[in-house]
Design a protein around this ligand. Sequence first.
Ligand SMILES: C[S@@+](CC[C@H](N)C(=O)[O-])C[C@H]1O[C@@H](n2cnc3c(N)ncnc32)[C@H](O)[C@@H]1O
Length: 206
Amino acid sequence: MVTMDPSIEDIIVEPPEDGVIVDPIRWFESPGPFEIEIGCGKGGFLLARARANPGICLLGIEWANKYFRYAADRMARWKLTNVRVMRTDAKYFVIHHLPPACVSVLHVYHPDPWPKKRHHKRRLIQPDFVEAALRCLVPGGRWLIQSDHEEYFGAIRGLLDGQAGLSELAWENAAVATGEEWSGTNFEAKYAREGRTIHRVVYAVS
Ligand SMILES: C[S@@+](CC[C@H](N)C(=O)[O-])C[C@H]1O[C@@H](n2cnc3c(N)ncnc32)[C@H](O)[C@@H]1O
C-alpha cells in the first residue's frame, strides 16, 4: 500500500499472468470509480485527470517502454496516489484480464491509426476489442474517443454507432470532458498546432 510520496515502483502495476482476472480497485489506496486510459503516452492527460479528480482510480496503459517509464515517473513526481501505470498490450489486457462491469470511463485518445490497409488488423478498435470493452464498462459508464485520423475515426464510428447498449452524448455534455478540466493530450496539442482536425465522440453505456 502507498502511504505517502509514492515512488515509481508504487505507481507501476505489473501485467497479470495469463488466466488471472484482476480486481483493479485493490491496486489503489482508496476505492473509487475505476477509469482507464489506453495508450497514455507520456501521461499528459493522465496527470491532469488524476490531479483534478482525487476520488477516482485511474490506470494508464502504455506499450512503449520509454513512454511508460516517463509517464510512471511523472505520476510519482506529482505524488499522485490515485493513478497507476501498466506496460502491456491494452487490447490483450482488456479482453483477457478485466472482470465485467468494472470500468466507469474508458479514455482512448489518438490510438495509432495504422493507415496502410494491410496494417488495419493492428488497430486497437476492432470488433473483438469492442465486445470486451462493452463487457467491462459499467452501466452508465462512458467511452471517450478522440482521433486526428479521419478514416480510422470513421471506421470506429462504423463499429460503435448503433451498437446495442451505446448512445452518443454531446462531447461538451459528457461529465468527464467539460470545461477547464479537459486539458487535452500530448498528441492533441501537437496536432492542434499543426492545424489538423480533431475528431471526438463520447458514448454512454446503458
Ligand atoms: C499516437 S500515441 C497517442 C498518445 C496519447 N494518447 C496522446 O494523445 O498524446 C498512441 C500511443 O498508444 C500506445 N499504444 C498503441 N497501441 C497500444 C496497445 N495495444 N497497448 C498499449 N499502448 C498502446 C503507443 O505506444 C503510443 O504511445
